[in-house]
Design a protein around this ligand. Structure first.
Ligand SMILES: Cc1cc2nc3c(=O)[nH]c(=O)nc-3n(C[C@H](O)[C@H](O)[C@H](O)COP(=O)(O)OP(=O)(O)OC[C@H]3O[C@@H](n4cnc5c(N)ncnc54)[C@H](O)[C@@H]3O)c2cc1C
Length: 404
């Protein structure tokens, strides 16, 4: 039986492990943290959103970004300290503007396909993750934003996504708890939400029961491909160096994939785009009643919300280009709280739990699913702002590649 090492137990690593185990391979997952799914796949926006498939390589976004740079609470923040990786990533990002339409359509198609693969996993394993088939409501405060949304909608439709255009009144019919006056919106009934951490952790448990080995609390230091074998050099917690040999290795290491690729002679330009979330515990009856049940995407503020079961409300957003740091800044958390206070003033923000994560983003905002220069090295990484939405599809893609 072919042995496969997977680096990383985030949502991409765990879904890949599950698929490869189902295909009959002997799978070992290496994870630096003590538990699966505690880095970027921990407290994200919770959306499974084909409707958010628009890539950000667009002149309109760049124009907005330029204005945002002057605002402390803006959805985007860039640290201008020069660093070669940042410069090369931003340069490639600009060059990808020419592929904006093509990549938005392709992402929509992948996201729609991913739903089918996720449903198959749910039916097979019975895992629970506070899933809600509530749909996603995109809302717009300005007519200019709404105009842009119509153009994006044409691309999403080309990718196969059906959405309903709403006027001001219809927005409130879909989600009556919103207090801001929006000029209109789009509702995607077929999108859904849930808790990425519960999904990944529960899937890891089932994968483990079916034979996948999880080598947790283990830092992988290097990967060396030699002929038909791959040597993984790693340090289990509180132990000395170990080396294990596998037939194949799949890199699913989130923002660390860039470093592993370099080691293996491949160029994988993934930059950490930091984002934040708050999770509100909805401890009182009023908050439970007044927190939106439908998932919201406020396109102007770049904020997403998800209701996670009866007692939790997640609000996420912002993009920060400042390298690999996970500091939680009040200046970035406050706009999330303020959004709740303006849109759902009766929901308590008192015990908001803040979190920050690093989106593993490629300049074209598309996931990388491919074979490396060495024939037994594969990548399933770089899922950026849509990692959970796309993970079940790309895990199957990498399974197909390995099987070929
Ligand atoms: C604020 C925010 C909101 C988001 N909202 C959404 C959303 O609503 N919907 C959506 O689809 N996506 C969303 N995303 C994106 C999504 O969360 C990510 O794309 C996804 O979680 C990335 O998964 P991953 O497996 O690639 O990375 P990770 O979850 O980071 O997993 C990589 C793993 O590799 C491990 N690793 C790294 N180096 C080593 C090493 N040396 N040895 C061993 N292990 C190692 C890490 O410890 C980590 O556990 C959001 C992201 C953020 C930040």
């Amino acid at each position: 039986m072919k042995s496969i090492a997977i680096i990383g137990a985030g949502v991409t690593g765990v879904t890949t492990a599950f698929v490869l185990c189902q295909l009959g391979y002997k799978v070992t997952v290496f994870e630096k943290q003590k538990y699966p799914s505690v880095m970027t796949s921990y407290a994200n926006g919770g959306q499974l959103s084909a409707s958010n498939a628009e890539v950000w390589n667009h002149f309109g976004i760049i124009l907005k970004a330029t204005k945002w740079l002057l605002r402390k609470d803006a959805p985007l923040k860039i640290n201008f300290w020069p660093d070669w990786h940042k410069v090369s990533w931003l340069t490639e990002f600009f060059f990808q503007i020419r592929n904006y339409e093509k990549n938005t359509i392709a992402t929509t198609e992948m996201a729609i396909e991913s739903r089918k693969y996720m449903q198959k996993i749910i039916d097979d394993t019975g895992i629970k993750f506070d899933r809600s088939n509530c749909g996603i409501l995109h809302v717009y405060k300005s007519h200019a934003e709404f105009e842009h949304a119509h153009r994006v909608n044409e691309l999403l439709a080309k990718g196969g996504l059906e959405r309903r255009r709403l006027n001001e009144k219809e927005v409130l019919e879909i989600e009556p708890s919103l207090k801001t006056n929006y000029v209109g919106g789009y509702y995607t009934k077929t999108d859904s939400t849930g808790d990425i951490h519960k999904f990944t952790l529960n899937l890891a448990r089932v994968a483990n029961e079916r034979g996948v080995k999880f080598q947790l609390n283990t830092n992988v230091k290097s990967i060396k491909a030699k002929g038909s074998e791959v040597d993984i050099r790693f340090y289990p917690f509180n132990m000395g160096q170990k080396i294990e040999t596998f037939d194949t290795c799949v890199i699913c290491a989130g923002v660390a994939s860039h470093r592993f690729a370099k080691m293996l002679g491949d160029r994988v330009n993934i930059y950490p785009i930091k984002g934040y979330s708050i999770t509100l515990p909805l401890a009182d009856k009023v908050s439970q009643k007044k927190a939106p049940k439908v998932s919201i995407l406020d396109d102007e503020a770049k904020i997403v919300t998800s209701r996670l079961g009866k007692n939790r409300f997640r609000v996420a957003g912002t993009a920060e280009i400042s390298g690999c740091n996970l500091d939680i800044l009040d200046a970035r958390i406050n706009p999330l709280k303020k959004w709740v206070e303006q849109n759902c003033p009766e929901v308590s923000t008192k015990d908001a739990q803040p979190w920050a994560g690093l989106r593993p983003m490629r300049p074209n905002m598309m996931p990388l699913v491919s074979r490396g220069k060495r024939e037994n090295i594969f990548y399933n990484t770089g899922h950026g702002h849509l990692g959970w939405t796309l993970a079940c599809y790309t895990a199957n893609m990498v399974g197909e590649l390995i099987r070929d």
